[in-house]
Design a protein around this ligand. Structure first.
Ligand code: DQA
Length: 157
């Protein structure tokens, strides 16, 4: 099973940007922890970060037929991007969105969420640990999808 982790704009600045909100941990450290957990669970994992909306749409489309699950923090695009939402819906790959901060407790504009309705789940406000929780949840969802496919294949026999 394979997971793609997609990180949106300014997340390459973690550890530097607004530490009172996002903390001191860098993106590479988060990815290092995820890679370790993936290895322990026999899951392949890949990482992608972009500050550009179109590149994120391209990456989601590339996942089609290649990847079993997506973890995405669309960052500021969460609140604006119909294109990213449509891409997630188009590929139909189980997706979990993560937000390091609790977007519900911040500015009004962060309460608007274009991405959540097309995701299996949203994890917010747990800091970098949210990515770990997202992996646990996504592995469960991917196992369920796999089991359902196998059951269908057996019925067709
Ligand atoms: C964020 C929350 C967004 O509102 C913000 O624009 C980000 C990061 C988070 O992880 O808490 O860049 O997605």
């Amino acid at each position: 099973m394979k997971i793609m982790v997609i990180q949106g704009p300014n997340l390459n600045m973690l550890g530097v940007r607004e530490q009172h909100i996002y903390g001191p941990v860098k993106l590479e450290q988060i990815h290092g922890g995820m890679k370790e957990f993936a290895g322990q669970n026999n899951v392949e994992i890949d990482f992608f970060q972009s500050n550009l909306e179109g590149e994120i749409v391209d990456k989601i489309q590339e996942c089609y037929g290649e990847v079993d699950g997506i973890i995405i923090n669309a960052a500021a695009y969460t609140h604006t991007s119909i294109a990213i939402r449509d891409a997630i819906a188009a590929v139909g790959i189980p997706t979990v969105e993560v937000h390091i901060s609790n977007i519900h407790r911040r500015e009004e504009f962060r309460k608007e969420n274009m991405i959540a309705p097309v995701c299996a789940s949203s994890i917010v406000g747990f800091g970098p640990f949210g990515y770990h929780l997202a992996m646990i949840g996504l592995i469960q969802v991917m196992n369920e999808v796999q089991a359902a496919k196998e059951a269908q294949a057996n019925q067709a026999k």
